[in-house]
Design a binder for this molecule. Structure first.
Ligand code: WTA
Length: 702
């Protein structure tokens, strides 16, 4: 709970107040050409969304949707902080993303699917075709007895069948829980269990980096894992990457597994009325890592979420129905849900869906696709930008595409990488929006409005309309703009895109996002419930925010949140491992990668075999994305006298920094032994740049 800061406390430098030293970057202005065509170019929008106009200002977002029945209350706070948006209304997300466009855009592509093999043809899916396929799939799901409120887990790659399945669920009110296709079978299984899904929808295979991956194998592991955890799966529905042909080696399990394409034959041409669902009905779950080992099922509701992503797709991404929009992210993460599927489709966009790896077969691939399909809005993450820059800095120049707008999302972008994105990828013509937000927030929190604000490399910009951030220090005192101090960024007010709860664990929702700064747990007034985002941030004098990274135990690998506890518990599945500690290490391309320290049980000999099995355990329990860069077997973990592992010390060693004062540890000698093992004999003397905030502060809150 927050305390009022006493004057004496302000003279101390608290952890969250560590001064941030960074160079102010210069501004870049949007072109007149961009401004002239932009949907939102009126700076007065911020007056319309000022805090005194809250929450009614968000009616404008609800008006962008088509309602079966109008809502009565904009925001219901009676069960704060479980916010209910647009209460009393009846709506359907699938109808808003498809049916309402048919008359005007039925023959326009909703998606253009680009397979990874370059020899394979693009597949264009019009809104009419999307409608037909979603209806047939919804008919199939309904025939299995699925109805509004049931959960279904999806574990699918980047193929059109993924949005088709999501929209089929949405049509019925079935809550989809898509697990990132790159996650392991086990990770999928534990999410099946948590969500209580009795149906798993997957695909036999998909292309990744030139290999046709057997993805069905993961389904068997997922079902077994869920079963062990107490959740039975009745049906595994398997889409075929090549319809009519099975492209995986793993056998189908009779009675449990069936091919979607076979079952669909019975539902050909069927129409399913979109169910008129209550505004606050849940639309989907998206599991996200947090401070404890167990990922949280972040629950998003239908109307609020859809209104928010629709409006931000229109005003920030500036998607017009005539544009060709490409978000090169995976639908399995929140970015894909909000800004490949729901937001763009609600705006009748034409979106590119790319199956594979951006650098396959070479770093020119994205630019060839952009030129061929005349993409004019491009959206990706800093990790992809860094990779494409490293492997093909000159490649964009060779291609005749023109972007009007580009987005970056997922982690802070270095001004260097930003400038390459702007100069080379955007050819100095495209505006860049650096959009800061997270799974829990549904859509953008801070970003420039591209036709209104100047860009500043490395800063996401001011808050989006109707979002009113505040930075608090550890004591609950406000950190003022221009002070050069960092703190915990919170949002003062709820907004339509905010999560509804943590699936099955409402206490965790309150504790994680509100407990720290809420002064009155009984309050029904939204003003008492600032939402704590979990990021450290600093606000410059011009009002722009710079995000420093997570303040919880989360490592952001290539823009994807991995919980340190999840990784550590994966390591502990290797029987010889007694203790494990994971720390983030700076990486040129991925931003951060995990490095693992383990201590083995007494009597166990350290060996390469154990290292290999620890790596494998991470790949199996979480996925390849969690693969540690190094695994060090250490004689003992550096510990405080009370026995806590000092991850901060290990993070300093891994990042080649001075470990600071360790004399108060229970076992200070082990620190030098570990340091030598990792860094070599030579002590580091060279002058060093300060560590980025997220690493510098990592493990300090033990
Ligand atoms: C980080 C992804 C800096 C941040 C949409 C956040 C960013 C976490 C940015 C959420 C950005 C996201 N600048 N950091 N533009 N965008 N982040 O839930 O630390 O996968 O808390 O959602 O990514 O990750 P998530």
């Amino acid at each position: 709970m927050a305390r009022a800061a006493k004057p004496t406390e302000l003279t101390e430098v608290s952890e969250a107040q560590i001064a941030v030293h960074w160079k102010e970057e210069e501004y870049y202005q949007p072109s007149e050409q961009f401004k002239a065509q932009a949907i939102m170019r009126d700076a007065r929008v911020f007056e319309r969304f000022s805090l005194d106009k809250f929450p009614d200002c968000f009616k404008a977002y609800a008006d962008m949707l088509t309602w079966f029945e109008p809502y009565r209350t904009v925001l219901d706070t009676s069960n704060a902080p479980f916010w209910k948006w647009f209460v009393g209304g009846k709506i359907n997300a699938s109808y808003n993303c498809i049916d309402r466009h048919l008359k005007q855009y039925g023959n326009k592509a909703a998606f253009i699917f680009v397979p990874e093999p370059e020899g394979e043809r693009d597949v264009s899916i019009t809104y009419q075709e999307l409608h037909d396929r979603v209806n047939e799939t919804a008919a199939l799901l309904r025939s299995l007895g699925l109805k509004a409120g049931d959960r279904v887990t999806l574990h699918m790659p980047m193929v059109p069948e993924l949005p088709i399945t999501m929209l089929a669920c949405a049509r019925l009110g079935v809550i989809h829980s898509q697990v990132f296709g790159g996650f392991s079978g086990q990770a999928c299984g534990s999410r099946i269990q948590d969500s209580g899904s009795r149906v798993l929808i997957t695909m036999d295979s998909y292309w990744r980096n030139g290999t046709l991956v057997d993805h069905k194998a993961n389904a068997d592991i997922a079902v077994r894992t869920a079963e062990e955890l107490g959740q039975h799966v009745d049906n595994v529905l398997v889409w075929q990457r090549y319809p009519g042909k099975y492209s995986a080696k793993t056998p189908m399990v009779p009675g449990r597994d069936s091919f979607v394409n076979d079952l669909l034959k019975e539902h050909k041409g069927k129409q399913v009325e979109p169910v008129a669902l209550p505004s606050e009905g849940p639309l989907f779950l998206m599991y996200s890592s947090g401070t404890t080992g167990k990922p949280k099922g972040v629950q998003h509701g239908i109307a609020g979420y859809l209104a928010y992503v629709t409006a931000t797709s229109k005003w920030v991404l500036d998607i017009h129905p005539e544009d060709i929009y490409w978000c090169m992210a995976d639908i399995g993460w929140i970015t894909g849900h909000s800004y490949i599927v729901y937001g763009p489709l609600a705006n009748a966009a034409t979106g590119v869906l790319y199956e594979g790896v951006p650098t396959f077969p070479d770093a020119g691939r994205p630019w060839r696709i952009a030129e061929r399909l005349r993409v004019n809005i491009f959206h990706t993450a800093p990790t992809a930008i860094r990779m494409l820059r490293k492997l093909g800095p000159q490649e964009p120049r060779k291609h005749k595409y023109h972007f009007k707008s580009m987005t970056t999302v997922g982690e802070p972008i270095e001004p260097e990488a930003w400038r390459w994105y702007y100069d080379e990828v955007g050819k100095g013509e495209a505006v860049v929006t650096d959009t800061w937000w997270m799974t829990e927030t549904g859509g953008f929190l801070a970003t420039t409005m591209p036709a209104i604000h100047a860009m500043k490399p490395g800063s996401c910009g001011p808050a989006a309309p109707g979002i009113h951030p505040v930075i608090y220090d550890e004591t609950g005192a406000e950190v003022t703009k221009g002070s050069g101090k960092a703190g915990n960024i919170c949002i003062r007010n709820p907004w339509p895109g905010i999560m509804q709860t943590v699936w099955g664990d409402p206490d965790r929702y309150v504790k994680t996002y509100y407990a720290k700064y809420n002064k009155n747990p009984k309050s029904k007034d939204w003003r008492d419930w600032p939402f704590m985002c979990g990021d450290g941030a600093v606000q410059a004098a011009d009002g722009y925010y710079r995000i420093l990274g997570r303040v919880d135990d989360v490592i952001n690998v290539a823009g994807h949140r991995l919980g340190t506890k999840e990784i550590e518990s994966a390591c502990l599945t290797v029987p010889e491992v007694a203790e494990a500690a994971v720390v983030p290490v700076q990486d040129e391309v991925k931003g951060r990668v995990p490095e693992v320290y383990i201590a083995v049980k007494p009597g166990v000999q350290a060996s390469q075999d154990i290292v290999d099995r620890v790596i494998k355990a991470n790949e199996e329990v979480i996925g390849k994305i969690a693969r540690p860069k190094h695994v060090y077997i250490v004689p003992d973990m550096p510990k405080t006298r009370s026995g806590k592992i000092m991850r901060r010390v290990l993070a300093a060693i891994s990042n080649r920094r001075d470990v600071g004062d360790v004399t108060t540890l229970a076992n200070p000698d082990v620190v030098e032994q570990i340091r030598t093992m990792v860094q070599g004999k030579e002590a580091i003397t060279a002058k060093q740049e300060a560590l980025p905030e997220d690493i510098a502060k990592f493990g300090q809150i033990e």
